[in-house]
Write a protein that binds this ligand. Structure first.
Ligand SMILES: [Zn+2]
Length: 159
């Protein structure tokens, strides 16, 4: 479920960038980035139908394609940020971005390995991710992606 059950990695990367360029300490940047991931995932972001493809219909093509495009887009985004912002060449930037995207890695590692000590991160992730979706409803994926792209462009413009 790593493929789809999250705000895009690109958006988490953009938030990690803002944190990394706003705090002065790598450990603080990492911790704030890590917490920001769960808070951001609270916002319904339209990935329910992609998730259903995997969970209900056992179809992997769409979730894997979505996840792959997101991962490669995030690498491109990082390359752009590192090129246009000399301030991003710092340990605090790296730590904040790493903290911002780490929860999805831990969730995916648990999904793959079922290693017991990772289960807490897995449960934490879905507690936050599903909190408002269960009580309210999910949003349209297209609108969510448009808003996330606008947010990322705003972060790039801010650099
Ligand atoms: Zn997530």
């Amino acid at each position: 479920m790593l493929y789809c059950h999250r705000m895009t990695i690109a958006t988490h990367t953009a938030v990690g960038t803002v944190i990394g360029l706003s705090v002065g300490n790598p450990l603080l940047g990492f911790v704030i980035g890590f917490i920001s991931h769960y808070l951001l995932d609270l916002i319904p972001h339209g990935d329910g139908k992609i998730s259903d493809q995997l969970r209900v219909f056992k179809k992997k093509k769409m979730p894997i394609t979505y996840g792959t495009i997101d991962a490669i887009t995030s690498i491109f985004l990082l390359l752009i940020i590192l090129n246009i912002s000399p301030e991003a060449h710092t340990k605090v930037f790296s730590a904040a971005v790493a903290g911002s995207i780490l929860p999805d890695l831990l969730t995916g590692l648990y999904d793959l390995t079922k290693v017991r000590f990772l289960r807490v991160f897995y449960r934490l992730h879905f507690f936050f991710h599903d909190y408002f979706i269960k009580r309210w409803h999910d949003v349209n994926l297209s609108y969510s992606l448009i808003i996330q792209v606008i947010f990322i462009v705003c972060v790039l413009a801010w650099l």
